[in-house]
Design a protein around this ligand. Structure first.
Ligand code: GLP
Length: 239
């Protein structure tokens, strides 16, 4: 695993934004897997300004969101679809035909999950998958216990995740979601995980120094041959 440590969270986010810009310049029709959450806020903010400066077109990029809460529509400010529309897609020239998120309003959610994986495959797979990390090691919403070969599916959220994400929600946090599976994530050609802040230092220590174990879903990325960890000093302080 390539580990890069930056002095501040802003510098770490800047690094990931630059990688995104370079990847899109190299490949304008990049297939991009996108994370949400607080850590990604500054990445998307920086990316938007760098992309504007560079007059980068995003119209041919295909995106796949990692996850979505069941029951939250794109008009709900707590949905990940709203998050990505507001922070990213509407800020640049993304084509809505090219942006995908699990269909959490499908009559058959299992079928919708299966079709999400099929859609990723039909576009040749994800070129670059960006990840954050939960305090309990979740990636996407693959909670501890998730199988390394799990596919996109309906999941229940752990109490730790509900607690952590409740600070973002004024109302109750939905307790189910559709998430890309760990197996789905591992099929990406390149994976970059960004973690910042001292609260992530314990789980980053377990990820870097521990074994691959289903109790720490993030550890699965250690089996991937092209993975980068971008950290700030606070998140890296125990490694
Ligand atoms: C959330 C998201 C993940 C995200 C993680 C960390 O539940 N589903 O995609 O990476 O948890 O979130 P944050 O960056 O807010 O700490």
């Amino acid at each position: 695993m390539d580990i890069q440590i930056f002095e501040t969270a802003a510098e770490a986010a800047h690094k990931l934004s630059e990688i995104l810009v370079l990847s899109i310049q190299k490949r304008p029709n990049l297939v991009l897997g996108l994370a949400t959450g607080r850590t990604m806020d500054s990445v998307y903010h920086k990316f938007v300004s760098l992309a504007r400066e560079a007059q980068l077109s995003c119209k041919d990029i295909k995106t796949f969101a990692l996850d979505e809460y069941i029951g939250l529509s794109k008009n709900n400010i707590y949905s990940y679809e709203y998050y990505l529309n507001f922070r990213l897609y509407e800020q640049l020239d993304f084509n809505s035909k090219n942006t995908s998120i699990p269909n959490v309003f499908a009559e058959d959610l299992d079928l919708a999950s299966y079709e999400y994986d099929q859609k990723i495959r039909s576009l040749g797979g994800i070129d670059l998958q960006i990840l954050g990390i939960g305090l309990n090691g979740h990636i996407g919403l693959n909670e501890p216990g998730s199988a390394i070969d799990s596919r996109t599916r309906v999941v229940g959220l752990s109490s730790s995740t509900l607690k952590s994400n409740s600070s973002l929600h004024k109302k109750e946090v939905p307790n189910t979601a559709i998430t890309m599976g760990i197996g789905t994530i591992l099929e990406a050609k390149e994976i970059i995980l960004l973690a910042t802040g001292e609260t992530k230092s314990e789980i980053i220590q377990k990820l870097v120094n521990g074994d691959v174990h289903s109790q720490n879903p993030s550890s699965a990325i250690k089996t991937h041959s092209n993975v980068k960890l971008i950290l700030d000093k606070d998140a890296a302080k125990l490694i």
